[in-house]
Design a protein around this ligand. Structure first.
Ligand SMILES: [Zn+2]
Ligand SMILES: [Zn+2]
Ligand SMILES: [Zn+2]
Ligand SMILES: [Zn+2]
Ligand SMILES: [Zn+2]
Length: 306
């Protein structure tokens, strides 16, 4: 349902009026055939009839689209305050109405003095309660009950016994309503607690599964690292690659100019403990055949020809 026409200041453009309710478009939806209606009006219509409300073609609710520019146009129309009859003459854009209504000093407020049913406007309620309300307390009874007496009670014949009885009755009603409230609050709290607990346990489950997945991944990576380090038989300087070299040495003065060692490395054994057996060069004679051929200490001898 749209906004009542009489809420608007001045005449409203007929294009902004819903053909279904005859009021100003509220949250307009457009049909594929280009007709526009209030969202509530269009949805209500389509729940009974499966065609455009002007009966031009068959449509479904899925084909309806919001028309934001039109909605904004309506929100920019000037409206009167809802409390105009109470005295508010403010006119504002529709989009600012709710903001104004919250603090409009002409909005209705009930007097809070006990026993008073008067409904006033916001700007008058304080002075009514303080100065004009006949239920405002004016003094404390000095005859024994000690209750605050309102103007009305003071002018009538006050009986301490009757007043106390009424007061107790009132307190009992208040206590009852508080108890009810407490019950409903604790009910809603326990509901909330249950839902939070179930959420928590779901989270625990999720966490557990995630932790397991990570554990699996860690094990997988560890085994990959193990297999990789098993493959690295040669001690590598950082960043250097392993490569095989074919070297031909020419024997001079009866020596090839290097010594070999079998098995593990002669240096830094603790860092390369998982290096498997092999034959390595342990010493190079300076200017010997091996030195000239470019062999180094720690090179592994893979194969010897002849
Ligand atoms: Zn149509
Ligand atoms: Zn409508
Ligand atoms: Zn107002
Ligand atoms: Zn009052
Ligand atoms: Zn009294």
């Amino acid at each position: 349902m749209g906004f009542d026409l009489d809420r608007f200041e001045g005449p409203v453009d007929p294009d902004l009026i819903c053909k279904l309710c005859g009021k100003v478009l509220e949250d307009p939806l457009s049909t594929p055939c280009g007709h526009v209606f209030c969202a509530a009006c269009a949805l209500q219509w389509l729940s009974k009839v499966s065609s455009c409300p002007v009966l031009c073609q068959k449509i479904t609710t899925k084909e309806l689209n919001h028309v934001l520019p039109l909605k904004n146009l309506v929100l920019k129309l000037d409206v009167k305050c809802d409390h105009r009859e109470r005295g508010c003459n403010r006119v504002m854009k529709l989009q600012h109405l709710s903001e104004h209504a919250e603090m409009c000093e002409f909005s209705p407020v009930r007097c809070r003095n006990e026993g008073c049913d008067a409904v006033l406007i916001l700007k008058d309620v304080a002075s009514h309660m303080r100065e004009r309300c006949e239920h405002r307390s004016v003094e404390v009874c000095k005859d024994g009950c000690g209750l605050a007496l309102s103007l009305k009670e003071k002018s009538e014949d006050h009986s301490c016994l009757q007043a106390l009885k009424t007061h107790i009755c009132l307190l009992q009603t208040k206590a009852l309503s508080l108890e009810e409230e407490l019950k409903s609050q604790s009910l809603s709290f326990s509901k909330r607690e249950r839902s939070l607990l179930s959420k928590l346990s779901a989270l625990h489950c999720e966490l557990h599964i995630t932790a397991l997945t990570f554990q699996k991944k860690i094990t997988e990576y560890k085994s990959r690292i193990d297999s990789l380090s098993n493959r690295c038989l040669l001690p590598l300087d950082k960043g250097e690659e392993t490569r095989s070299l074919k070297v031909t040495l020419h024997r001079t003065s009866g020596s090839l100019g290097f010594s070999i060692i079998g098995g593990r490395l002669c240096e830094e054994p603790e860092e390369h403990e998982d290096i498997s057996d092999g034959i390595y060069i342990s010493k190079i004679v300076e200017n010997g055949a091996a030195d000239k051929a470019g062999l180094h200490v720690h090179d592994r001898i893979i194969e010897v020809c002849q």
